[in-house]
Design a protein around this ligand. Structure first.
Ligand SMILES: *[C@@H]1O[C@H](CO)[C@@H](O)[C@H](O)[C@H]1NC(C)=O
Ligand SMILES: *[C@@H]1O[C@H](CO)[C@@H](O)[C@H](O)[C@H]1NC(C)=O
Length: 369
């Protein structure tokens, strides 16, 4: 049965309305970190006791200190929960949601709005405590991680309609890695969402991942997960008029401009990433599956231009954190020719083209958006 779905993450201010905002049918204890565990097997996401005893008041039904925001009401400053922020959580949680076929996610809170120091109930009413975007305008690393999911999910039209082809620990050469495979029945695009089976592990795992592609089975070596990390590896992924067979680097976004522009990014500190493209690409060794490219990415932005069309911007992890794709339209969803690629360093709010220049509107940690 084909599920027709829209993968959209809400990054706007979404008010939580009592019922669980999401359920997950993966394993009994899906996310277990040092300080808490979260059981999300087909049940509402529940408050975790560890947080309550620490007097961190959760702004929602789950551990929103890590997903949304939380406040420590015993502290002089209400940022007391900040020390337990775990930025990896944002990526692992969201990618697990995509793997589990969750198609809509409301995050409360994402932006710390203000009532300028007034008190509401017990606390100074700020939504800035441990949210992704503080009241001050500071974009936490948590936002940079979460932003990826939004960029990727909004632009990946192949993800809007997928079936769960399978899941389990047999897709890699390492049975400690759990993989979900989602496949678009129309385009055969594959989404391999992987995370350690034991989500509390900090051990780095390197393994080969077995992919089903339009060129048959392909095994890519040296996929790496740095402990609390999750990755989505793509096959037969269409970006504009181009398609790649697989990429071992995750994709942040793409654009369809006068050329197709792909923005893959490294999500671990450094490791080689490989991209295997269709035969209209021009360089590198040619194997039985077409042309393969191996790029070793340093701490920088690299641009690779293929003679046919695609232009590929390779970003290292920290550059990618500051990558934004502000839309030039106010209509969601954003088409691939309706956004502008911008590298921070500040929070980029908006961008538009005016005459010959691109106007970029941003903010930094001292200027509220
Ligand atoms: C694995 O796939 C099966 C079959 O589609 C599905 O019923 C099950 O819920 C999936 N398990 C997880 C953990 O997503
Ligand atoms: C994509 O294909 C369409 C239709 O053939 C064409 O009009 C457009 O110019 C192409 N875009 C790129 C970036 O190649």
């Amino acid at each position: 049965m084909v599920a027709s779905i829209i993968s959209t993450l809400f990054f706007a201010l979404v008010t939580w309305s009592g019922a669980a905002s999401g359920t997950d049918n993966r394993k009994t204890t899906d996310v277990t970190w040092d300080k808490y565990s979260l059981s999300i097997i087909g049940k509402p996401l529940l408050c975790c006791l560890a947080r309550i005893t620490r007097k961190c008041v959760l702004s929602g039904p789950t551990d929103y200190n890590n997903v949304g925001g939380a406040v420590d009401i015993d502290a002089v400053f209400y940022d007391g929960c900040e020390s337990s922020l775990s930025i990896e959580f944002a990526a692992v949680y969201s990618k697990n949601d995509i793997g589990s076929h969750i198609t809509m996610l409301g995050i409360y809170m994402t932006f710390g709005g203000t009532n300028w120091g007034h008190v509401a109930a017990l606390v100074c009413a700020s939504y800035g405590y441990t949210t992704m975007l503080r009241e001050t305008g500071e974009a936490r690393d948590k936002m940079k991680q979460t932003k990826f999911i939004g960029l990727f999910a909004c632009i990946s039209t192949d993800l809007f309609k997928t079936e769960m082809e399978g899941n389990g620990t047999s897709y890699t050469g390492n049975n400690k890695i759990f993989t979900w495979v989602l496949r678009n029945p129309d385009t055969d695009a594959g989404f391999y969402a992987m995370a350690p089976e034991d989500t509390s592990t900090r051990a780095t795992a390197k393994f080969a991942l077995n992919l089903k592609t339009s060129y048959g089975q392909i095994s890519i070596p040296d996929v790496q997960l740095d402990g609390r990390q999750s990755k989505i590896i793509l096959t037969d992924y269409q970006f504009g008029n181009s398609t790649f067979l697989y990429s071992s680097a995750e994709v942040a976004s793409y654009a369809n401009l006068d050329v197709d522009v792909l923005v893959p990014c490294l999500t671990e500190e450094s490791s080689p990433s490989r991209t295997l493209g269709s035969s209209d690409l021009t360089i590198s060794s040619s194997g039985k599956n077409g042309l393969s490219y191996l790029c070793t990415q340093g701490e920088c932005i690299a641009a690779v231009k293929f003679s046919s069309s695609p232009l590929i911007y390779l970003l290292d992890k920290h550059t990618a954190w500051n990558f934004f794709a502000p839309p030039t339209t106010s209509n969601p969803p954003v088409a691939p020719n309706e956004h502008i690629s911008v590298i921070g360093p500040c929070l980029v709010r908006n961008a538009y083209v005016q005459g010959d220049s691109v106007e970029i509107v941003g903010g930094d940690q001292n200027h509220a958006p």
